[in-house]
Design a protein around this ligand. Structure first.
Ligand code: NOJ
Ligand code: NOJ
Length: 838
């Protein structure tokens, strides 16, 4: 519609309503001769059509005062209904932007159109790594990744649990059924995984799971793998109807052939749903052992308790039922051996380590003996990377404000089980998914790595061993929460440069998400439908190359250098290796950066990411010491910049795997600066220092045997020439560990700030320490006046012990009388019950 020029606005409005009569010289005659309104000026795009090798930020302006700009990026012609322009548009992939100006006193403008062809420079080559810290782990839900073998889609052994629509038409599919992804699918996509730069994969539990549909209220099928029935076999949906290991072995062989480690998700807490499906069925290599309701013998396989009601109660979380799933009694001697046999069988089939499911809900004290079994395992198959000991990490789902957070830190520090960094996860999802302040992340890192002044939470002794993530199969993906593609890439950039071992959830690099029902389980277990080289893939390659080549990322310190709600600048450092990372997540504002200090040496630095994330360069001038000033600069909006220097490093231990073990156990020491020629590895306990037998030595990885030291808290050092590393913490066990249930009756009734602890004569019992972090416990309280605590203690030793109460004010009430004495069995499990001595 064309409107006459020169009418006052009020007239125009009425003309709009009474269009037919306008200017026709009717009743209101005498107005000026109508003239046509001008057309709004054509919008101007700040970047011209062309080919670019870096991300572009396109600003759209218009000369017509008060005009609103509408635009499209999908090739359609913009209309007044198209998106309204508000802030510069980050162009990261080849894109056409078309813009239209709409103004109230003018006709719509002509359409401005520019096409940007983005050709990012390819990432540097990714050096091979032997330590998972130098890479990242790619997490896969096997059923949803790739259907490599259609013969197992609807297996004869368990027919009817499969939905053929899963990968092809997910909108019509039942997301609780099997969709056909399998171990052969992972094998076939190994080169894709390798091309991302992954150094490991974490696969969902592959072992034989229930063959029934457990019903809608139970989540239907075990496509996710978390409802095992027979932990000695591979599930028919992921392998074959014989439940053989063939597909698993072939997949592991393919992974190892390209230097990718395989971490297997292992469920030690439970089998499968009670009263539905197979009612907690348990098999050993095809032989039925029990179900939940037939578990009535003298020695029960399961705990028969209600569902966990209070996740802050140490007894409930370990001994009650998780989500209706039959809760294994790990100190039933048969169950203990079965679980350990299953883990050792996976190691024999080439597993490089484990993600242990729900460790908060598994008997905590028992886990030490599981880890000791892994530490002592030496049936090394002919694996290409057999020099590295198994890397293990557990899922302890907890925020740092939760009551049992201090217990999780103590468990990880003392047992040697690395944890998934769930507490940091919540902040990452908040910041990158919901655009919250970077201070959330920074505060959390400080709490985890430095400890809390307001609770008993200690720092994690090895923050670089925590396993970090921002998406997984149990939470809505951040793109469902609100992240767009740029926010996803910023999250990836942060994750792969933060301290810790990163896990990237499959599909994030393809911007995969399904927002149905808030995008939580099962809609976060998407079908992987594309394997393209997206910008996120390219970024991941850059970052994988950085992790592999600069040891500051895997093993260095992490220090905040500049922060506000939208900007986070932090530095990683190991010796003369320095990496400074700057993220600006604001979609609207670049940020002037003044007063930034760095340990980068004086000089000018270009962006390591080659401006593929819109970054910039910096100049550093020198001072006498460290803390060199960076010349003031502007950090572009929605950008990531990385500046780095590489240099020499004195011998530096990044991690010791495992970090709790017996004399004679083989350990892997990863780090940097060890030199090409073998030096010395020393273990020190108290005043005793002994050199270790070294079986393998390279600049970044040493394999050594724990010397025959007395048991206790130890320190490990690496000496190369005249230089000796800082010590790394280690615990030397007394002997191979077996789990023993220590129980006590007739204890004092505890006040709410009291805890019951246990101390005894060996390091495994805390060497009589009374401090919260060194003694054993807090002991679980099955009922007021009693205590029950599983402790993994040295087989065959005789130990003395006592229980004590630690009060909120730090004072202690000890048992009176003589020490309790106990002879630990030589194998199996043990039980010792005492009555509190006043
Ligand atoms: C279905 C989930 O996918 C699975 O992981 C969980 O164990 C069950 N629901 C039980 O809640
Ligand atoms: C945590 C797993 O990640 C989740 O998916 C599963 O349902 C529960 N543990 C129970 O196995």
């Amino acid at each position: 519609m064309r409107l006459p020029i020169g009418y006052p606005k009020a007239v125009l409005l009425s003309c709009a309503v009474l269009l037919a009569g306008c200017g026709s010289g009717g009743a209101g005659g005498g107005s000026p001769t109508p003239v046509l309104n001008p057309q709004a000026a054509t919008p101007v795009l700040s970047v011209n059509t062309g080919t670019y090798t870096a991300l572009q930020s396109v600003t759209i302006s218009d000369a017509t005062a008060g005009a609103t700009i509408h635009y499209t990026t999908d090739g359609s012609t913009p209309t007044a209904a198209s998106a309204t322009y508000a802030a510069p548009i980050a162009v990261a992939t080849t894109t056409t932007i078309e813009a239209l100006a709409v103004a109230s006193d003018a006709t719509n403008s002509s359409v401005a159109k520019s096409t940007y062809t983005i050709l990012f420079p390819s990432a540097p080559p990714i050096p091979a790594v032997t330590d998972i810290h130098r890479g990242f782990i790619y997490q896969i839900v096997t059923d949803r990744f790739f259907d490599g073998d259609t013969s197992n889609d609807n297996p004869a052994e368990s027919p009817g649990l499969y939905d053929t629509n899963g990968f092809t038409n997910p909108a019509q599919a039942d997301w609780h059924l099997y969709w056909g992804g399998d171990l052969d699918g992972i094998r076939q996509k190994m080169n894709y995984i390798k091309s991302l730069g992954a150094a490991g994969i974490w696969i969902s539990p592959p072992l034989d799971a229930i063959r029934e549909n457990a019903g809608a209220s139970n989540g239907e099928t075990a496509y996710h793998g978390y409802w095992p029935r027979d932990m000695m076999r591979i599930d028919e949906h992921f392998g074959d109807d014989a439940n053989s290991w063939t597909a698993f072995d072939n997949m592991v062989t393919a992974a190892h052939a390209v230097g990718i480690k395989v971490f297997v998700d292992f469920v030690a807490n439970h089998t499968n749903p009670i009263g539905a499906g197979e009612d907690g069925s348990l098999y050993e290599n095809g032989t039925p052992i029990t179900t939940y309701s037939t578990d009535t013998g003298a020695t029960l396989y399961y705990h028969h308790n209600p569902n966990i009601g209070n996740y802050n109660d140490r007894y409930q979380v370990q001994y009650y039922t998780l989500e209706g799933l039959a809760d294994l009694d790990q100190t039933n001697p048969w169950v203990d051996q079965y679980l350990k046999n299953a883990v050792m069988q996976l190691l024999a089939h080439g597993a490089d380590g484990f993600r242990f499911d729900a460790v908060k809900d598994v008997n905590w004290g028992w886990a030490y003996s599981l880890e000791n079994t892994i530490a002592n395992w030496n049936g090394s198959p002919t694996l290409p990377n057999a020099t590295a000991r198994p890397f293990i990490f557990g899922e302890w789902s907890e925020g740092s404000g939760d009551a049992l957070y201090p217990d999780s830190v103590k468990y990880s520090n003392n047992s040697g089980m690395n944890l998934l960094d769930y507490t940091l996860y919540y902040q990452l999802a908040d910041v990158f998914g919901s655009d919250k302040s970077f201070t959330e992340i920074d505060n959390e890192l400080t709490l985890e790595d430095a400890g809390s002044s307001s609770s008993s939470a200690q720092p994690f002794t090895q923050p670089n061993d925590l396993v970090t993530f921002f998406d997984n199969h149990d939470n809505a993906r951040i793109m469902t929460l609100g992240a767009d593609q740029m926010a996803m890439k910023q999250a990836i950039a942060f994750l792969l440069t933060c301290r810790g071992v990163p896990v990237l959830y499959y599909g994030d690099e393809q911007y995969l998400h399904n927002d149905t029902a808030g995008g939580t389980d099962p809609y976060n277990r998407n079908p992987m439908t594309s394997f393209n080289t997206t910008d996120a893939v390219l970024l991941t390659q850059y970052l994988a190359a950085l992790r592999a080549s600069n040891p500051a990322i895997a093993y260095g310190t992490m220090q905040q250098r500049w922060i506000n709600d939208d900007v986070y600048i932090y530095e990683r450092q190991l010796g003369a290796n320095v990496v400074l990372i700057a993220i600006n997540k604001s979609p609207t504002a670049s940020q002037a950066i003044g007063g930034l200090y760095t340990d980068l040496p004086p000089g000018t630095y270009t962006d390591y990411l080659a401006q593929t994330m819109g970054g910039t360069g910096i100049a550093v001038t020198g001072t006498a010491g460290s803390n060199n000033p960076v010349t003031n600069f502007t950090l572009p909006l929605r950008s990531v910049s990385i500046w780095l220097s590489q240099g020499s490093v004195p011998p530096s231990i990044g991690s010791v795997t495992p970090r709790v073990a017996n004399p004679g156990a083989t350990v892997t020491i990863d780090g940097a600066g060890f030199g090409a020629i073998a030096g010395t590895v020393n273990w020190t306990v108290g005043s005793t220092t002994l050199p270790a037998t070294v079986t393998n030595w390279s600049d970044a990885q040493i394999t050594a045997v724990v010397p025959a030291l007395p048991a206790g808290a130890a320190k490990v050092t690496v000496t190369e020439g005249a230089a000796t590393s800082a010590p790394a913490p280690f615990t030397v066990n007394t002997a191979p560990l077996i789990p023993v249930d220590f129980s006590v009756a007739g204890t004092p009734i505890l006040a709410s700030s009291d805890v019951l602890l246990l101390a005894g004569s060996v390091v495994e019992l805390g060497n009589w320490a009374a401090a919260w972090n060194a003694a054993i416990g807090p002991v679980t309280i099955p009922a007021a006046g009693s205590g029950l605590q599983t402790v993994s203690v040295p087989a065959g030793s005789t130990v003395q012990f006592k229980f004590f109460v630690l009060h909120g004010d730090g004072t202690v009430t000890r048992e009176g009388g003589a020490n309790h004495s106990y002879v630990i069995p030589a194998s199996g499990v043990g039980t010792v019950s005492v009555t509190w001595q006043n």
